[in-house]
Ligand binder design. Structure first.
Ligand SMILES: Nc1ncnc2c1ncn2[C@@H]1O[C@H](COP(=O)(O)OP(=O)(O)OP(=O)(O)O)[C@@H](O)[C@H]1O
Length: 308
């Protein structure tokens, strides 16, 4: 990668036509008045929405975590989801993929309202996304290869030979050596665990990848390599990526847009450049604090113009 700064979301006509046939939609008002601008004026943003969340309310007991939240995820983009610890990033992800019930609101994925799907349609939808949980969530009693084959066995009817071949392919795509395939999760380093979880998330050739803090716990070099891997996969496979992260370097290296959660809502969504103009105190501290400035100043490792 030659640049670590964000760019506008990409479009891909062939990929678009293979996804939902919904016409481009106008951007919703996901930004509160007076807060950071988003890409509403950007014609590129008038493209298909892969995930559309409206008026989402999710809570536990007396506690409301997501409070009438709106969010759009655009086809082909890497959306970084940020917010203070406990702001509801994981809850939002789990609500979108149906692991947590919502109290109110609508969630449309690939143009379909998830509340109105038949069991078969729901399964077909689930086949189109891959999820990498924060701590991998690998089955400890299964090898890496067997973990990768779990979704394949659940959703596809393949011969053992093909399962073997496909699992090896996904393991290689995630950047693991071939001999990692027969290792158990307990035998993997943190970075290898992340890659194994990524291989499993890629098992069904997803259109959308959900990543929950993919670089947490990795050393800076490992995190940088993982960022590059995500970006390369996203480019080559034309993935839409929904990525929760606290990692400022990842935001700069990988994300096309950022959505910031606070007070149960998306308080700002747009490019990092747009985020830098925000007046919101938390966003200002996040994007203009010392760590943020260091992330912006850090040269991309492979940028010849910055090589010393
Ligand atoms: N199953 C649950 N039952 C009750 N409360 C929950 C449950 N899951 C999440 N919460 C609460 O919802 C809030 C948001 O949690 P969530 O894990 O989404 O935060 P987060 O933004 O992902 O935080 P972090 O950055 O620390 O991972 C927290 O207050 C958490 O305690």
């Amino acid at each position: 990668m030659s640049t670590r700064l964000s760019s506008a979301p990409r479009t891909d006509a062939a990929h678009q036509s293979s996804l939902m046939g919904e016409p481009a939609a106008a951007r919703p008002s996901e930004i509160q008045p007076g807060e950071a601008p988003d890409a509403r004026q950007d014609p590129q943003a008038e493209q298909d929405i892969v995930i559309r969340v409206r008026d989402l309310v999710v809570g536990f007991g007396d506690k409301t975590v997501l409070d009438h939240l709106d969010l759009d995820v655009y086809r082909g983009e890497v959306l970084g989801v940020i917010g203070a610890s406990g702001s509801g990033k994981s809850v939002l992800t789990r609500a979108i993929i149906g692991l947590i019930p919502k109290r109110q609101g609508t969630i449309e994925i690939f143009g379909e309202n998830v509340d109105t799907l038949s069991v078969e349609a729901r399964r077909a939808m689930e086949r189109r996304w891959g999820i990498m949980f924060q701590h991998g969530a690998l089955f400890s009693s299964l090898t890496v290869k067997q973990n990768v084959q779990v979704p394949m066995r659940e959703y596809l009817d393949l011969s053992d030979e093909l399962l073997e071949e496909l699992a090896s392919l996904k393991i290689a795509m995630a950047g693991l050596p071939a001999d990692a395939a027969d290792k158990y999760p307990s035998e993997l380093s943190g970075g290898m665990t992340k890659r194994a979880a990524l291989a499993r998330a890629l098992a069904l050739d997803p259109d959308v990848l959900f990543l929950d803090e993919p670089t947490s716990g990795l050393d800076p070099i490992g995190a940088g390599e993982f960022d590059e891997l995500i970006k390369t996969l996203q480019d080559t496979l034309k993935l839409t990526v929904f990525m929760i992260t606290h990692d400022l370097d990842s935001l700069h290296a990988v994300c096309d847009r950022v959505a910031a959660l606070a007070r149960g809502k998306v308080i700002a969504a747009g490019t990092i450049a747009a985020m830098l103009t925000t007046e919101d105190p938390w966003l200002r501290a996040y994007f203009q604090g010392p760590r943020a400035r260091a992330a912006i100043a850090r040269p991309a490792a492979d940028d010849p113009s910055t090589a010393g």
